[in-house]
Design a protein around this ligand. Structure first.
Ligand code: PLP
Length: 395
């Protein structure tokens, strides 16, 4: 039979030009491999610990009380009010729950909606490297150019000259993730003040991702950039309850911004996600209103102990950790593991010790991170202990 050379309709169908660049994250593929071999998954940043009692109780009540329909596009009043109260109490940020607070589908939904509302294709946005992959991909998806400013390897100190020289007339914003995934850097007040000065000089927005704000160690203080002089009007403060209340699957986050921006961000959030799940908004509100300060102090203490446990096992295994000041990940130098690159080293580790970690290259541009792996310590005690035992057996 003769083959037809006529193009078919299917040949003309294609993915968007950006789609091939937005690929499954390395974290997801390591998770699949880890499940296959029955390993301990330190690749994924999921805290599957028990959630606080008021959070669960109120969400279940809300379902039975019939709060199962769409909410107002900026979220339910009790949650907006609880967020405003928390921002005042813990962050020193004064916001009006009517018009300056938006409940979002996680911090992820908050950043996406803010980027849709405030950035145009071709704009440049600075982010610090190592970065969180979703930040990079959010920019790429919107045809915004990410400009990575490397932090000093290992100490993660900010080099201001590098930041200054990354700013061009096309720069519209800087993304700050503090405490940071994957390196655990907590930006110091002096660093934030320097970024704030540049943002004001060059008329830049600052998007902050503060999802790990309650995970800070050794007495380190978290500072919300919006509280610095002159920063409230240009800072989009993004955070959420996924990590604090161990409810990553609930999709409850929030964003606080000047009312000049918040309305449009809300419309884009509505367009993309409609609303954060209604009963879970009530659960999150109860957590914010009812949990005492000791709950948050307890989180830091508990995770600091987990950090120390993992860092000590990594050191014993000859995989040198860079000790994080916040968040719940450790980057370790794994030069000693066989493998031509970070992905191969991650697979060697999974094969040899049944511990899954993420290739460092997922968090860097330009081929950096080949000798690094990221390990997550937000794990149940028994799982973390098993991972540490397995790492110590590594030859
Ligand atoms: N931001 C950072 C820096 C993260 O590491 C994560 C999750 O790993 C998220 C946001 C996701 O937050 P959410 O579940 O609120 O969308």
């Amino acid at each position: 039979m003769k083959r037809t050379l006529m193009p078919t309709a299917a040949d003309k169908l294609r993915l968007s030009q950006i789609s091939p660049h937005i690929v499954q994250s390395e974290i997801r593929s390591m998770t699949v491999e880890c499940d296959r071999v029955g390993g301990v998954n330190l690749a994924q940043g999921v805290c599957d610990t028990e959630l606080p009692a008021p959070v669960a109780r109120r969400a279940i009540e809300a379902i039975h009380e019939g709060y199962n329909i769409y909410t107002r596009l900026d979220g339910v009043a009790p949650l907006r009010e609880a967020i405003a109260r928390k921002l005042q109490r813990d962050n020193g940020l004064t916001v009006d729950p009517e018009g300056e607070v938006l409940v979002t589908s996680g911090a992820t939904g908050g950043l996406y909606a803010a980027a849709l509302a405030l950035l145009d294709p071709g704009d440049e946005v600075i982010l610090f490297e190592p970065f969180y992959g979703y930040h990079l991909n959010t920019l790429l998806a919107l045809r915004v150019k990410p400009v990575a400013v490397p932090l000093e390897m290992g100490t993660w100190a900010l080099d201001l000259d590098r930041l200054r020289s990354a700013i061009t007339p096309k720069t519209r914003a800087v993304i700050i993730n503090t405490p940071a995934n994957p390196c655990g850097k907590v930006f110091s007040l002096a660093e934030l003040e320097a970024i704030a000065e540049l943002a004001q000089q060059h008329d830049l927005f600052v998007f902050t991702d503060e999802i790990y704000e309650y995970f800070v160690f050794d007495g380190t203080k978290h500072v919300s950039p919006a509280t610095l002089p002159g920063m409230a009007e240009r800072t989009i403060t993004i955070s959420g309850l996924s990590k604090t209340f161990s409810i990553t699957g609930w999709r409850v986050g929030y964003l606080a911004a000047d009312r000049r921006w918040l309305g449009s961000i809300g419309y884009f959030h509505d367009l993309t996600y409609v609303c954060s799940p209604s009963p879970f908004q009530y659960g999150a509100a109860a957590g914010l209103m009812e949990l005492p300060a000791s709950f948050y102090e307890g989180l830091s203490a508990e995770y600091q102990a987990k950090r120390d446990q993992l860092c000590s096992a990594l050191t014993d295994a000859g995989l040198t950790p860079s000790i994080p000041s916040g968040a719940y990940y450790v980057i370790a130098d794994v030069s000693r593991l066989p493998g031509a690159n970070a992905k191969e080293k991650a697979r060697t580790l999974l094969r040899e010790s049944k511990v899954a970690a993420v290739a460092g290259t997922a968090f860097f541009t330009g081929g950096r991170g080949e000798n690094l792996l990221r390990f997550c310590f937000a794990k149940r005690d028994e799982d973390l202990q098993r991972a540490c035992d397995l790492l110590r057996q590594l030859r």
